[in-house]
Design a binder for this molecule. Sequence first.
Ligand SMILES: [Zn+2]
Length: 265
Amino acid sequence: MSGIIFVLIAIAIIFFIKVKSKKKQNKILEEISKPFSMKWKDILKKKVIFYKRLSEEDKKVFEKRILLFLATKKIEGIDTDIDDSIRLMVASSAIIPVFAFPKFNYPRINQVLIYPNSFDKNFQTERFENHKQFIIGMVGDGVMSGTVALSKPDLIDGFDGVRHKKNVGIHEFVHLIDKQDGIIDGVPELLLKHSYVGTWLHEIRSEMHRIKKRKSDINPYALTNNAEFLAVVSEYFFSNPVKFNKKHPELYRYLKTIFHQETKK
Ligand SMILES: [Zn+2]
């Protein structure tokens, strides 16, 4: 008898899970079918240079990807208010590096936390005098895996409509793409063909050498390791592609191959 009850309970649980996930899927479909508001388009035009340069057709694709990201990930302010503009900046940071990969929607993360300022590795935001290293963005590990944390003022700085080399949002999402194969090591196997890995690592070493000799305008933070190198040059590649191509044509060619995108158009 208890065997039959067990089977019935198992069937009920499976049925409940199926109904729940169907409901969730319908909710997502409903969210991404909504028209993209003019107000949101204006925010993107004003703040996101990458969006501005897209064709009308690609702008629509970008908007759908934004809606899908926002429908599937939670974005939460920690001791700070967040508005649509912040949500759009977070979603743009995520979509820009994988715009050429239409099916990729960051399966490993479910939430993005926005902090009122830079923080330390314990997510403390106060500035202590003897604390020199402050973090402006982080991909969570251990209990925090599935989470990205970003400092609000630094996120805003990256999307001020000006062409520069810094964008903490893009930086952290590039780490997540890199992490997709299991480790953050500067070799995003999701995007990079195996045959390219050797020459890519060689290119990293050459450019690091130039940075050390102060013969490069790339942020020296790229010297930290290969993963930081990839994230730092990606910020530059997506934020100021014409200048990046002019100053670093070889690196530009690699990133174009990695991300399947011609950003300098
Ligand atoms: Zn980093």
